[in-house]
Write a protein that binds this ligand. Structure first.
Ligand SMILES: Nc1nc2c(c(=O)[nH]1)N[C@H]1C(S)=C(S)[C@@H](COP(=O)(O)O)O[C@H]1N2
Ligand SMILES: [Mo]
Length: 272
């Protein structure tokens, strides 16, 4: 969709005491915040690339929603986009103090058109299909037993918290590497809980701790590295993340439908 800031507005309505319509000029009179948040797609397969981190500039949704005064029995915000797409987010998640944003900037620039110009939602900890509405035009305060969002009508779960996970980025798949000291590296995420550890397993050996980059916030992924003395032959590498619940991510393999894939990323590599 091509949406201009002149024609754009955001209407907050439904189960509220005070319906609000914000124009672009109304927004610019407010004070934005800038946050690093890792978005993830529910369709991201294990070791997939449908996840990424960006620096988002935006307005706090808890403040905008508070001005509309949601009714106490409301539990969902159905966000609507210019093109008719919808996402259903728990009202509690948008108002629990996390940095849920009406974002207008990405990585120091206005939102690119394909990422929702002029405004979109960014909610730490929820998959995009239940939260990250691009070209957003309406926030309808409602209830999960009264409204059904776009992908939920098509068989995906109504609730979509992001599952703790990790990806092995290097060595690259199918590659051959020379024997000797090498680095296995990747990213780990547990949005809004926080990553506390990543472990790597070579073949069926013991799980050993990887080295983690400094945590930026609990809503951003962490990079990790693991030094490995690669010996000739074929090897299988696995990785897993532990979050602040203290439990490693589940080893149970599940496909992306209906609420996100689970299982350990695995990489088979030939060492010469
Ligand atoms: N309007 C609109 N917003 C949308 C979607 C869509 O199809 N239409 N897809 C959602 C999904 S499923 C995801 S994972 C994210 C992807 O955001 P990105 O394109 O910025 O990576 O946008 C969300 N917002
Ligand atoms: Mo998605």
């Amino acid at each position: 969709p091509q949406v201009s800031t002149d024609s754009w507005s955001l209407r907050i309505h439904g189960m509220v005491d005070q319906e609000i319509t914000l124009t672009w000029d109304d927004l610019l009179r407010r004070t934005p915040v800038e946050r690093l948040v890792t978005l993830a797609c529910v369709s991201n397969p294990i070791n997939g690339d449908l996840i990424g981190n960006a620096r988002w500039l935006g307005y706090r949704l808890d403040e905008l929603l508070a001005e509309a005064r949601p009714h106490p029995d409301a539990d969902m915000v159905l966000s609507h986009s210019e093109d008719g797409w919808t996402a259903g987010s728990p009202l509690s998640v948008l108002t629990d103090g996390r940095d849920a944003l009406l974002a207008i900037g990405m990585n120091g620039e206005p939102l690119p058109v394909r990422h929702g110009y002029p405004a979109r939602l960014v909610v730490p900890g929820l998959y995009g299909y239940v939260s990250a509405t691009k070209w957003v035009t309406e926030l309808e305060v409602t209830r999960f037993d009264r409204a059904t969002a776009y992908w939920t009508r098509r068989g995906w779960s109504a609730q979509g918290p992001i599952k703790t996970g990790t990806r092995i980025d290097t060595p690259r798949g199918r590659g051959r590497i020379p024997q000797g000291r090498t680095v296995i590296a990747g990213v780990a995420w547990a949005q809004h809980r926080g990553v506390t550890g990543v472990e790597v397993q070579v073949d069926n050996g013991d799980w050993r701790p990887a080295r983690l980059s400094t945590e930026v916030t609990v809503d951003t992924w962490r990079q990790w590295t693991y030094d490995w003395e690669a010996t000739p032959g074929q090897h299988t590498l696995r990785a897993r993340t532990t979050d602040t619940t203290g439990q490693p991510q589940t080893a149970v393999e599940q496909d992306v439908v209906p609420d996100g894939a689970t299982g350990y990323p695995t990489l088979t590599i030939q060492v010469n």
